[in-house]
Design a protein around this ligand. Structure first.
Ligand SMILES: CC(C)(COP(=O)(O)OP(=O)(O)OC[C@H]1O[C@@H](n2cnc3c(N)ncnc32)[C@H](O)[C@@H]1OP(=O)(O)O)[C@@H](O)C(=O)NCCC(=O)NCCS
Length: 152
């Protein structure tokens, strides 16, 4: 099941984060997002927490659209490639009122993540050199769901 994260989840979330990333977020990073009114923070729970998705959801008065920015999505190693990442992303996309636009960054060599985003309709819009450290470039990706920028 997918539900909102609470402070008591952070220990489990930190264990997943440390298992997956060279430069993992710390407790304070997660706590900050848990308390940020623009942040949506979900966990996927099935016999414990198996994944999480954190994103900003900010309404833009000029376009009349919600702007989403994915900050972190992760699935526990032993449970990857079983559909959990897709469920978390789909939950975000389905529960955001339209129109909206969603942005994210992803390492250029992170094929599982790039494949997931492309399959949901995201396209690559740019490249950020050394974004994640030396020789670790990022693609910027975007999914535009009926946002008319001409209105701005
Ligand atoms: C990226 C990540 C969140 C995807 O979650 P997941 O639960 O493993 O992915 P899913 O099982 O939902 O798969 C969704 C799609 O991703 C792609 N994908 C998943 N695993 C893949 C793999 N090993 N190789 C290539 N593509 C893969 C496929 O397109 C898949 O769709 P399909 O099953 O219909 O073919 C997860 O692998 C993860 O936590 N990775 C480490 C952290 C990370 O890189 N986060 C993203 C930072 S931008």
């Amino acid at each position: 099941m997918i539900r909102h994260a609470v402070r008591e989840d952070l220990e489990e979330i930190l264990n997943i984060e440390r298992e997956l990333y060279d430069n993992p977020w710390g407790y304070e990073n997660f706590l900050h997002e848990l308390e940020n009114r623009f942040t949506k923070f979900y966990v996927y729970e099935e016999d414990g927490i198996k994944g999480y998705l954190i994103y900003w959801d900010i309404y833009n008065n000029a376009t009349g659209a919600n702007e989403l920015e994915v900050l972190n999505i992760a699935v526990k190693k032993d449970f990857q490639s079983k559909g959990i990442g897709r469920k978390l992303m789909t939950h975000m996309l389905k529960n955001t009122p339209k129109p909206f636009v969603c942005f994210l960054d992803v390492r250029v060599d992170n094929l599982p993540a790039i494949n997931l985003y492309k399959s949901l309709g995201f396209t690559i819009t740019g490249k950020r050199k050394n974004f994640y450290g030396t020789n670790k470039d990022a693609y910027t990706m975007k999914l535009n769901y009926e946002v008319e920028y001409a209105k701005v």
